[in-house]
Design a protein around this ligand. Structure first.
Ligand code: FES
Length: 172
């Protein structure tokens, strides 16, 4: 069971959700001081996610589902005339790791080109999260990247079928 973050100003982290983060940690030893900071950062992004909302004039958007739990992320990306990300929004429902992951990823793609976004690897997303993620939570952590990658794939396929025509505009 997960909490929806787009409706609550300050969603309380349930004991189950807090435990999800601990269960994500590989090994049995305590987190290092640096990992504790990253863990706090994950909780902060979950409670106060960046770039939330819908976008009516996105260059491309995509919605993906974590088949293991049914949680979702819908991502909206707007490119400017230089084909760089000038705005990004998302709405999501999921655990702290999945929602922190898309919040962090959405911040990190601002100003990037399509090619630069295509070069984002799973290791980059895991590095943004900053704590070791166990096998059970890997799909949660990488749902954000899958949502972005499939959105780009669909956008590029659509451009090819329209003879390379670009869909972009001005970001105010
Ligand atoms: Fe559903 Fe993590 S438990 S995305």
């Amino acid at each position: 069971m997960t909490a929806r973050n787009e409706t609550d100003d300050e969603p309380a982290l349930t004991a189950e959700q807090a435990a999800q983060i601990d269960r994500a940690v590989v090994g049995e030893g305590p987190l290092t001081e640096e990992e504790e900071i990253y863990k706090e950062n994950i909780l902060d992004h979950y409670r106060h996610p960046h770039n939330t909302g819908r976008m009516s004039n996105a260059t491309f958007s995509n919605r993906e589902l974590n088949p293991l739990c049914g949680d979702t992320i819908e991502l909206f990306v707007k490119l400017d005339d230089r084909q760089r990300v000038c705005d990004v929004k998302f709405i999501g429902k999921g655990c702290a790791i999945s929602q922190a992951s898309i919040s962090l990823l959405s911040d990190s793609i601002k100003g990037k080109t399509i090619e630069e976004m295509k070069n984002i690897k799973r290791e980059d997303v895991l590095s943004l999260l900053g704590i070791p993620i166990g096998v059970v939570r890997m799909k949660c952590a990488l749902l954000s990247l899958r949502t972005l990658q499939k959105g780009i794939d669909t956008y590029e396929a659509s451009r090819q079928s329209h003879n390379g025509q670009r869909r972009s505009g001005e970001c105010l």
